[in-house]
Design a protein around this ligand. Sequence first.
Ligand code: NI
Length: 182
Amino acid sequence: MSVLELHIVPDPLLRQKAKKVGSLNGSLQRLIDDMIETMHEAHGVGLAANQVGVLQRVIVIQLPEDEEPRVFINPEIVRKEGDREVEEGCLSIPGYRGLVRRSLKVRAKGLDRNGKTVRVNAEELLAQALEHEIDHLNGGLYIDHLVDRDQLWKETLEEPEEPDEMEEEEPERAPVTSGYTG
Ligand code: NI
């Protein structure tokens, strides 16, 4: 397994529609393993193939409570219910988070890595993950779903309890915060 390079905005691959997977061959299995490793390395909850430069309809998701990563090939949202506002970030838009409008519940289906059909009724973080990652496969990004244009902010490190001594150097990477990043 290897960690793949994350594609970052404004990489045009992120705005392209990924193609349906036809065959679950060895190279697809390797892609899935590499995507899982890349997601773990980046501390993401989910990852779509577009983000590693592959236009195939594959996503991986691992919620904090999941023991194993979930793999969805050719995933589709078949039903959405309700809506809500949630905070979100994307590994392809590092350093930013936003407030987006998402569904309360989604029903999705796809294939697992063995080609078996998987159906899932999701809410909360899993529903958000499915919407965020399937959106990637269609060339979408969370910034398309902001509640309002100004509801996008730069992540900053919480300053420790020393207000008098400001560190001169800004950290390169913001910490992983709670909420979704994928
Ligand atoms: Ni993302």
